[in-house]
Each structure stands twice: as C-alpha cells, then as structure tokens.
Write a protein that binds this ligand. Structure first.
Ligand code: PGU
Length: 411
C-alpha cells in the first residue's frame, strides 16, 4: 500500500468516460434482453432479415486473394497499396479527371473514413496557413473531435433548418461568406449525416463559386458514395465540380458502407493540388504524418477493394449490389412513411421520403427517443436520427407504433 495510491493503483484517480453517442447505442442495445429490440443507431447496412451483409462480390474477391499463392503479408508502403490508391482516386474524381491525368493528386490509403479524415486534419494543422475549419450544424459527431485533436480550430456554419426540415441555404451562404480567407470547409460529399439533406447541383455550384471567390479550402468527407442515389458517379458530382475548376481540395473516402467493409477499415485520403511537383511534395509530408501514427496501413481490405475496382466484371457486380442496398433503404423510407400515414400519426412525415442516404432525421426530440427506447426497446441516437438500413418490413410496424405513441404522448 502506498499513501498516494490508497487502493494500490496508480490509475485509481481515472474518471469514467461517457459512452460514444453513436457506438454507445449498440453497447446499450446489446445489453437489452427483449426479443423485440431494434437497433437503429449505427449506420450499418442490414438485410431484410436484419443481418449484416457481406457483398457477394467481396466474397469472390476474398476467394481470389486466398487462392493466390503469390499473395504475401509483407508490410505495405507507408502510403498503402499503390493500385488501391490509384483506383480510389479514379472512383471519386472520375476516370477522365484531368487532375489524375496530370498527376496532381496525392492519394494515401487510410484507416477507413475516420483515419483518412484524421490524416488530412493532421497534415493541414502542420502545413496549411489557416487553422480554422468550418463544419456544418449538425454533422457527424466525430468531426469536431477529429479536427480539434489534430490541432485545428473548429467553427460551424448553418446547414439544416428544423422548421423546413431542409437546407438552410441562406444561412450556409452567409456563414461561409463571413469566414476568413483560406478557412477550411468540411463538406459532406453526399447523403449528409445525420440530416439526409443535400444541396441541389445548382446550390453546389453557388457554394463552389462562393468558396473559390474567397479562397476557402474544401475538405470533402465521402462516406456514402453510391448510397445516396445508388449511382457512384451521381454521388460524386459535388466533389467533381470542385476538381473541374482546377482548384485544390481534400477528399476522405470510406469503403465501410458502399462495399460493406466496415471492420476492415479501408479508406483513402486524396489531396488535389495545382501541379504534379506540389502533389509529390504533399505526399512526402503525408508519409511523415502516417509513420508515427500507425506506420503503414493493413493489406487485406485494400486488396479486396483493388481486386474489385480493377476488374470490370466485378466492378459491375459491385454496382448492382450497391444499388440493391440503396433501393432497399428507399423502400424502407416509403414503407415507414405509408405506415405512419395509415396510423394517422400527427405531423408531416414527408421528410422521411425526401431525405437521402442511410439516415432519417426524424425530428423526434431527446425525451421522445428515450421513451421509445424504454417502452419499445428501439435504439437510436438521441438527436432523433434513425438508420433506415436497420429496418425491415417486419420491424417497420413496431417502429411506427413507437413513433405514434411518442408523438401523441410526449410534447
Ligand atoms: N464520415 C461520416 C459522415 C460518417 O457518417 C462516418 C461513419 C464516417 C465518416 C466514418 O466511417 P468509417 O467507418 O471510419 O469509414 N458514421 C457511421 C458509423 C458509426 C460511427 O459513428 O463511426 C454513423 O453511424 O454515423
């Protein structure tokens, strides 16, 4: 025993940290023993049977990898698998992108979307003259933490209007218009999380003009390419508009959702520069960011992605499976909307079918969410976001009952 550490532990003064607002929902769900429990918290795809899905094309790619004796487990380079990086840049910027053809893009493999955002943030904190980053309100809860811990100063811009349940476009333009020259702006490439509200292409064009006129630096978070519309190209339009004007930008990509590779942690960070020699110097500095964090990225997930992206037959199979996931989510939106209408649930629920991507931002408040969890064993984030992919035609009636009870009993 030591007088400074009464119970003998040097860690006895550690206070318990709260659960994560999103991943903690699954922790609570797992503890619930009710047979009717439903997890609509985490944005992870489930089948109509409520099961996680490994895409058939991913299974095929894994078989090829396993059966190829030339595959070894050597370390990848610091920047990751070269082939994967090239193909990832092509996927987001387009096969005919001049920026790629002119070798103006530095791409490194990252630990899924989160890790790629973090590399970009660390790079900007070290090498970019402006340390202020603007993020939308609301946004994915991890964004402010990633940027703050990397040493950037986080400010916000208006994005969502709870009154219209749509984009606060005027507020967005005002706030970005008032941002200091050179400030970084985090943009959700498509399927904005948590609101499911994206700018139209015309609005994107206005955002682009404003940002370029003020020298604001776009940092795209692309976690849902293909999940918004079902089309990989359509969902990359926002990013491609900014690259087409010849200006610079960053893009963090995740293969968690669109290839269902969640736990494999596969992603990429690309920095589009004005010239090839700049891109090559940027890449050299990205290596210095990565090396002391985790040295070099894992090989398996990136090999799966590269196998699929480089083979036209497998690529096509992937787009069909991706479209099927997106379509199932859209059909769940319609079913939930119809079921609430049939129940005569008070309120206008048309936003359920208007919103895009994995989530519906229901408008339910914290008390209503707590009530639904307690009385109906339905788990969701406290901001009222539900992951549509967690629903099936079997569970929609249960959710509709819960929403109906919540809005009629709790103001
Ligand atoms: N960016 C956005 C906008 C996201 O929604 C997510 C995941 C990520 C990046 C990071 O995903 P990676 O798995 O690192 O590629 N958001 C999901 C998943 C759970 C979580 O919070 O990580 C969600 O439910 O919001």
């Amino acid at each position: 025993m030591n007088s400074q550490h009464p119970d003998g532990s040097v860690f006895s003064n550690i206070v318990r940290a709260p659960e994560d607002p999103i991943l903690g929902v699954t922790v609570a769900y797992n503890k619930d023993t009710s047979p009717i429990k439903l997890n609509l918290g985490v944005g992870a795809y489930r089948t109509e049977e409520g099961k996680p899905l490994v895409l058939n094309v991913v299974r095929r790619a894994e078989q090829l990898l396993v059966n190829d004796p030339s595959r070894v487990k050597e370390y990848l380079p610091i920047v990751g698998l070269a082939e994967f990086n090239k193909l990832s840049a092509k996927l987001i910027f387009g096969a005919d992108s001049p920026a790629i053809q002119e070798n103006r893009v530095a791409t490194v493999q990252g630990l899924s979307g989160t890790g790629s955002l973090r590399i970009g943030a660390e790079f900007l904190a070290r090498h970019y003259y402006q340390h202020t980053i603007y993020i939308p309100v609301p946004t994915w809860g991890n964004h402010p933490k990633i940027f703050t811990i990397a040493g950037l100063s986080v400010k916000t811009y208006r994005y969502y209007d709870p009154e219209t349940r749509g984009l606060d476009f005027k507020g967005l333009l005002e706030d970005l218009g008032a941002a200091p020259t050179g400030a970084i702006v985090l943009l959700h490439a498509c399927a904005h999380n948590p609101t499911g509200v994206d700018p139209t292409l015309e609005q994107w064009e206005q955002i682009r003009q404003l940002m370029r006129s003020k020298g604001l630096l776009p940092f795209f978070d692309s976690a849902y390419q293909g999940f918004a519309s079902g089309s990989l190209d359509a969902d990359a339009q926002s990013v491609r508009m900014f690259v087409a004007d010849g200006g610079e930008c960053l893009a963090a990509q995740s293969y968690a959702k669109n290839m269902g590779l969640y736990g494999e942690r596969v992603g990429a960070l690309s920095i589009v520069c004005k010239a090839a020699d700049v891109a090559s110097r940027v890449e050299s500095q990205l290596k210095l960011v990565i090396r002391p964090m985790y040295s070099n990225p894992p090989i398996h997930g990136a090999s799966i992605v590269a196998t699929i992206l480089k083979d036209s037959d497998m690529y096509n199979e992937w787009t069909l499976e991706l479209k099927a996931m997106a379509d199932r989510i859209i059909s769940m939106r319609q079913l939930l909307f119809d079921t609430l209408r049939d129940r005569g649930t008070p309120g206008d629920w048309s936003h359920i079918i208007k919103q895009i991507g994995m989530f519906t931002f229901t408008g339910l408040n914290t008390e209503q969410v707590a009530f639904m969890t307690k009385e109906y064993h339905i788990y969701m984030t406290s901001d009222g976001r539900i992951s549509m992919a967690g629903l099936s035609s079997r569970t929609v009636p249960h959710l509709a009952d819960a929403i109906h009870a919540a809005v009629t009993r709790i103001p």
